[in-house]
Design a protein around this ligand. Structure first.
Ligand code: SF4
Length: 310
């Protein structure tokens, strides 16, 4: 059976951080076609923290806000806080998270501040301040088929300004430095838009803007869009798809997962939901050594067998 492969940032990052965790999260569901609606996030590989809950709550509240802003409904400051509080309580309950009242209050105030300042960011001014701007917002689960692969690379927001469409990626948390691979990932928003009915299908019709939260403030930058960089973005997807197929083949031929590579870095194992049943649960370095030795033994025994039968 052909796996129902898809590409998303969530899946790609997990694949690159820990192939074993990727297989545990996606393999069975991909091979049986039992993807979740939208197919993007079909398993949480990390125990959710209070910060994860806050990021989810902010994203949900932001979407609520955009829905209302789209039809001209204005939010007051108390309403924003009330909505975020409701969303945060719901996410915490669903994730079975608890927080003391002071901790909850601090988190809530930080979240409110983050959402307020996002509305005021330079990059969103055409949408926030000019009712004449053409714009649209999207959910990450809005997938589209490109060359036979379901791609979940929708921008968070798109607006038409100064003769071009600006595709906006919002990151509610981000590291100090963005890797080249991450920058290229953002360009996949252009591929997504080019394949959408109603959007132009030339790359030159787009700008890409990243608005990311780092050290308690929003930072903004543009990415260049050109044919060479888009080809690199396509190459990144193809590379990941090949890797996914290879891992699925390994998993099918040996479901014990013994041959599937472990995490690249020990920090990936912190909080991993598969840790209790993973050989890396008691230390990644040691587990990798054991895995290498076992794989070598298997290879050597195969070589010995073929010599005997030659
Ligand atoms: S514990 Fe580490 S090596 Fe094991 S699945 Fe999780 S991230 Fe991968």
């Amino acid at each position: 059976m052909n796996p129902d492969l898809h590409w998303s940032q969530t899946s790609s990052r997990l694949l690159n951080d820990c192939p074993r965790a990727w297989v545990k999260t996606y393999a069975t569901k991909l091979m049986t076609g039992a993807t979740a609606p939208g197919g993007q996030r079909i398993g949480m590989q990390r125990r959710p923290t209070m910060d994860d809950a806050m990021v989810s709550a902010m994203r949900l509240t932001w979407t609520d806000f955009l829905e209302d802003h789209f039809v001209g409904t204005v939010w007051t400051a108390p309403f924003r806080e009330q909505r975020l509080k409701r969303r945060l309580c719901d996410v915490m309950e669903a994730s079975n998270l608890k927080a003391t009242s002071p901790k909850f209050a601090i988190q809530l105030q930080r979240g409110v501040h983050q959402l307020e300042t996002l509305e005021q960011s330079m990059g969103l001014r055409p949408v926030m301040q000019s009712p004449a701007t053409r714009w649209a917002y999207f959910e990450r689960l809005d997938g589209i088929d490109i060359n036979g692969v379901r791609m979940f690379t929708a921008p968070d927001l798109a607006y038409y300004h100064q003769q071009r469409w600006t595709l906006v990626r919002l990151q509610f948390r981000s590291p100090s430095q963005q890797s080249m691979a991450q920058q290229i990932e953002h360009l996949l928003m252009v591929r997504w838009a080019m394949a959408q009915p109603g959007f132009p299908n030339e790359a030159s019709a787009y700008r890409v803007k990243v608005i990311r939260w780092h050290r308690r403030r929003w930072m903004e930058h543009h990415l260049e869009v050109n044919g060479r960089l888009l080809a690199q973005a396509d190459g990144l997807v193809q590379h990941d798809l090949q890797e996914m197929k290879w891992l699925l083949r390994c998993w099918q031929s040996d479901p014990s997962l013994k041959t599937i590579p472990l995490a690249k870095e020990a920090k990936t194992c912190d909080g991993c939901t598969y840790r209790d049943l993973c050989p890396a649960g008691k230390g990644l370095k040691q587990a990798k050594k054991v895995q290498e030795r076992e794989l070598l033994d298997v290879l050597q025994s195969k070589e010995t067998k073929s010599l005997r039968t030659a």
